[in-house]
Ligand binder design. Sequence first.
Ligand SMILES: [Zn+2]
Length: 452
Amino acid sequence: MNPRRISYWKIAIFLCVLPALFYSTPQFSDTALVKLDKRPGDNFPKGIVRGIKGLEELRQFWIAEMDVEALSTLTRKGIPCHVLDRNPYGKKYFIVSTPEPGQAKLLEKYGGAVPLDDQNCLFWSGADEAREILPAEFEIERLSFENHISLKLESGILQARFSAGGQFPRAPFVNPLLPVLAGQVAKANLSSNILSLQSFQTRYASTENCEAAGTFLYNFFAHLGLHCEYEPFTFATTRTSRNIVATLLGKTHPLRVIIICAHYDSTSNQPTTLAPGADDNASGTAAVMEIARVLANTSFDYTIKFICFSAEEWGLYGSKYYAQAAKGRHEMIIGVVNLDMIAYADLMPEDLNVFVNQTSEWLANRNIIMGKLYGPLDILKALNSSMRSSDHAPFWDQGYSAMLGIEDYGLKNPYYHKTADTFDTLNMDFATSVTKIALTVVADLAQPITWR
Ligand SMILES: [Zn+2]
């Protein structure tokens, strides 16, 4: 080919590509990431609601995505709507929990940061993973764009349109088997579960040790005779880890599912070498293991899934993966009991904080009932959808009912996300009470079959 012909070709290709570039650009540049007030006021144009894609719910706001025309309509009408960023596609955003004074300011040292409310900031730093650049003290959640929550305006409040969990469960039922089952929870087992998990040195997701801990959990559930699966997933672009999912199939309604879960990965100020994570979150994982041991030989109406999530500390990656897939296959999850940090007590008798959103409030109420009947364990109900820093939140985003059971919050544990988060700092009487109550909540929802 002679050189002159090549340059004609180049010009021809350029002329073909130019309009394509021109026309394709607008679809990537005409959306905005916004913080939208849940009570948008009387001026809110109802017709616009279908064009708004809810991404995450906070206490007073939605983090949402909308096209710029919708945005300018809202702005014209004076609707409170704060633009967080334009053209959000392809960028990595994280919701960082910043409940302590000064934390939001500190965040600005590491990248872009905008306060969302008194509990959370939006954070970004190019293509970086927040976990790799932020100090260990921050709890983080990856903001995902794959999930779109359809919204509706009802009684002046923008709320999620769906409820994915199927029928609302029956009223709590005083089943004579519940106290018997709760009585089988053994403090010694909980302790040895925590010590086993701590012995992996670190369970920082994507390390070999974390994977070994995953295998240990799989084998534990398999030995109980439960059906076990590894659920592998990719996170932080190229890293991988596994959720461990163990299933006790319901005898009457096997398609209806109750989930008891905890994350087994850990972090610290030296995450790749030493992150014992005894309280965070060997304690919750130990409870899931012990509840599985006690319930494995009982028949229930509903299916119970015992799940240990990974990569929670990197941004709730494991639970996001599970919850999205569950919604995709129309899994009928009635309720999710998530335990994260349940073994540090600064003052006995200690109470358990239970965080729920509006849809899940009934779950907190069940905890209160069970705490009275089978405790005593005082439950502090917190209706607060801004509390997103654990594995219950991805279930909220899919319309499922989910709760977080956690020790005192703001956290009193001085060893949190440190190499000193070890077994000897824990209060196992408190952890045992929490495990008993979580067991009764799960068993009550799943309904043991007593006539067999
Ligand atoms: Zn945790």
